[in-house]
Design a protein around this ligand. Structure first.
Ligand code: BGC
Length: 373
């Protein structure tokens, strides 16, 4: 990368844009992290969609468009498998998890040879949400992605009730509230395009309505959203349902209760943990989750709280301006668990493109100079 070393927030935001667009491959994919052993060469639908959203908001529309074109090609290449999934589900004999679409693909759009915790549904909802938002923001005809949007809607409508791995690629036995939120946001976005025919729109509408019902009946405890159906635990990813996904009104009692619970249980010294029992790299605080909390706070009418989140996330940058996946800072939840991950995969993923993207998104929403609002 030939970017200047950022000495301030404006420089860090410029570096973030250059880093992301510079690392985007010719195929349009965003590698999750260029150097981290376990992620190298792979692009996640989850990370990639939020990365595209960040650069779209920051003004790099062409980069985001190229990413969504990559998504559409991947969906097209997997269309037959999607049809099998949908048909099997309709006949009451759903395909096994191993036959569902993976969470990540190589940058060339292939499944790759490495073992992974692959069955995750959230990224397919998130790409729908992000591509529709991007098209609206930049007045791009969304019909360019019509076939892929339609196929993704079919896939999600057929399978949204299934337990699968969550944002953290854990607990495949559970139905996760963050995953449901991403799916609902995606279905609602697709419905808003007018691209779905009446029957498909009806199916998507009913799935969205049922997801909303399930979240509010099975995904709430003590006035806040929970990690999965039937669990009273929290998860840092839940902020995303308030903003930017807008599945839960940030100013509602549930929205405010979720922010307050995350603040009380998952924040230390300004940074947000994934969940209390986290042991990954010892369980540090994540800049990207801190930005999600900032977005939720801003949407709930607390710009000062949001700004504090932005500043904390920015403070985690290395001297070269790279943002990590997580930081230790002497505040790990389980310090003894750290070394085993270093032995397995090397030091914490840095830079993580998703971290940079969330900084861009929060800065833009806060109207910080240097990033298009
Ligand atoms: C995280 C995922 C993320 C992946 C790539 C994993 O450690 O749990 O959320 O998609 O890294 O960044």
């Amino acid at each position: 990368m030939t970017t200047a070393h950022p000495t301030d927030l404006t420089g860090l935001l410029a570096h973030s844009r250059t880093l992301i667009t510079g690392l985007q491959t010719a195929s349009g994919a965003y590698p999750a992290s260029p150097t981290f052993s376990a992620y190298r060469g792979y692009c996640w639908f989850r990370d990639g969609s939020f990365i595209a959203d960040g650069v779209s908001v920051a003004g790099d529309a062409d980069s985001a468009t190229r990413f969504f074109d990559w998504c559409a090609r991947v969906i097209a290449d997997n269309r037959r498998q999607i049809d099998k999934v949908v048909t099997a589900a309709a006949h009451g004999s759903p395909l096994p998890d191993a036959d569902m679409l993976p969470a990540r693909f190589t940058v060339d759009g292939q499944p790759g040879d490495d073992e992974w915790w692959d069955f995750q549904l959230d990224g397919y909802g998130t790409w729908l949400w992000a591509v529709v938002e991007h098209a609206r923001r930049h007045r791009i005809g969304v019909s360019r992605w019509a076939d892929a949007i339609s196929a993704t809607v079919d896939y999600l409508v057929s399978s949204w009730r299934r337990p699968c791995f969550d944002w953290w690629e854990e607990h495949s036995e559970a139905v996760h509230i963050s995953t449901l939120g991403c799916i609902k946001a995606g279905l609602d976005a697709a419905l808003g395009t007018g691209l779905l025919d009446a029957a498909q729109a009806d199916r998507a509408h009913r799935a969205s309505r049922d997801i909303a019902g399930l979240i509010t009946t099975g995904g709430v405890a003590d006035g806040h959203l929970t990690k999965w159906i039937g669990s009273p635990q929290l998860d840092g990813s839940l902020s995303a349902l308030l903003a930017p996904l807008g599945v839960i009104n940030p100013a509602s009692a549930l929205g405010r209760g979720t922010i307050a619970a995350i603040d009380a249980q998952l924040v230390a010294d300004g940074g947000v943990y994934r969940f209390r029992a986290d042991t990954f790299f010892g369980g540090g605080r994540w800049p990207l989750l801190t930005c999600f909390l900032g977005l939720a706070k801003l949407a709930a009418g607390d710009p000062d709280g949001a700004r504090a989140c932005l500043d904390w996330a920015a403070s985690t940058a290395t001297s070269g301006g790279d943002l990590p996946e997580q930081v230790d800072g002497g505040r790990l939840l389980d310090p003894a668990a750290k070394q085993q991950w270093i032995d397995r995969w090397g030091t914490v993923a840095t830079p993580l493109l998703w971290s940079h993207a969330m900084l861009l998104r929060l800065a833009a929403d806060l109207g910080v100079t240097g990033v298009a609002a």
